[in-house]
Write a protein that binds this ligand. Structure first.
Ligand SMILES: *Cc1c(COP(=O)(O)O)cnc(C)c1O
Length: 375
């Protein structure tokens, strides 16, 4: 059901807070594993199609009691977001482009008939959660608090129809740097025997249902010694994404310029916030007499040819978890496509530059409108 007039909107002023009676001690930062430990509190907001949004609640972190016939368990009424909160050197809490995550989450909920909300209202509620669990945000550079806004359909019953009830919740997990000992380039399997997303489908939304099937394909790549899949699309072998990250490739052009290329938003890729940020910064900061920035379709053959004739410069994945993930090898049709790396280096020059640009904004080292201070 879509929100119709007369239903209550998401209202941060109705927030109630119940603090935990059993606060936990955050783990030592160096012991953190991605997504394994959670803070003391969570945000929960319920919705019904007759009343709209109920009063938001911050509650002690803990299990939900749910009817086994809830539609989320049967028809995958679930979507999520991935974003982070950072501590800057002055101890201030910062979010990175939260409006983009809110915008994207509203597209995901719309795809499965869950209720929409004003992004600024959920951001305000997330900020309240952050203030309460502030001591869970690690201070060190490269560390952050991973936030997982989620919405599920909670109607009880096995009929296949839009859910009459929904729950929005946000949990938070302290995380360490993706590369504790410096960037590490990865090997990919160019995957053409499985399709992650297609135009007209929902692979371009963050629906939980898109991810479980990918784990089987990733395991097949892992069994052959590769860290990730390079998802191809169509008989042409269009390059779409790497694992659950957007893919960027740098080519040398005949006129001597370099081209930074990423696939266009045509339904075969997820609209990454990191992708959008890299494109915007590259267009703003790279010298146009030396660089061309392209959102265009390109194929695995183009990468293979460029590697063979020396015009492949570098390649990397991009997403919130790692920011960038450099690539050194792509297995394709029994061959190894080599992505060049300078001796002793694990990442290309642009990969390193982009990492610094984004990290400096996220941690407030460079003041930028994308970095939102939580007051
Ligand atoms: C989340 C995600 C990304 C990266 O998006 P960011 O907003 O940059 O974190 C890319 N591809 C897929 C499939 C994703 O789920």
């Amino acid at each position: 059901m879509t929100v119709t007039s007369g239903l209550a909107p998401l209202d941060p002023s109705k927030l109630t807070v119940e603090l935990t009676k059993k606060p936990k001690t955050p783990q030592a930062p160096e012991k953190l594993q991605f997504g394994k430990t959670f803070t003391d509190h969570m945000l929960v907001v319920d919705w019904t199609d007759t009343e709209g949004w109920q009063a938001p609640q911050i509650l002690p972190y803990g299990p939900f009691q749910m009817d086994p016939a809830s539609v989320v368990f049967h028809y995958a009424f679930e979507c999520f977001e991935g974003m982070k909160a950072y501590k800057d050197s002055n101890g201030k809490i910062r979010l990175f482009r939260p409006d983009k995550n809110m915008e994207r989450m509203n597209k995901s909920v719309a795809a499965i008939c869950l209720p929409s909300f004003e992004g600024k209202d959920l951001t305000l509620l997330i900020e309240e959660l952050l203030k309460i669990d502030e001591h869970w945000i690690p201070n060190e550079m490269g560390y952050s608090l991973y936030l997982r806004p989620t919405m599920i359909g909670t109607q009880v019953g096995l009929g296949v129809a839009p859910s009459s009830d929904a729950r929005l919740f946000v949990i938070a997990s302290p995380v360490g740097p993706y590369y504790p000992t410096g960037m590490k380039a990865v090997s990919l399997e160019a995957t053409d025997y499985a399709v992650r997303a297609w135009p007209g489908g929902v692979g371009d939304k963050k629906l939980g249902a898109n991810y479980a099937p990918g784990t089987r394909i990733q395991r097949m790549a892992a069994d052959k010694g590769h860290q990730q899949n390079l998802w191809l699309f169509g008989k042409e072998g269009y390059v779409t994404e790497v694992g659950t990250m957007n893919m960027f490739t740098v080519f040398k052009m005949p006129d001597g310029k370099k081209e930074l290329v990423t696939a266009p938003l045509d339904g075969t890729i997820l609209e990454g916030v990191t992708r959008d940020s890299i494109l915007a910064l590259a267009r703003e900061r790279l010298d146009p007499s030396e660089w061309v920035i392209s959102e265009r379709k390109y194929t695995i053959s183009e990468i293979a040819d460029a590697s063979a004739n020396g015009t492949l410069v570098e390649a990397f994945g991009a997403g919130t978890a790692a920011i960038v993930s450099p690539i050194y090898n792509i297995a394709w049709k029994g061959d190894s496509i080599k992505v060049p790396l300078q001796p002793g280096k694990q990442a290309g020059a642009l990969t390193e530059t982009v990492l610094k640009w984004i990290q400096d904004i996220q941690y407030g080292i460079e003041e930028h409108p994308w970095s939102v201070v939580v007051n």
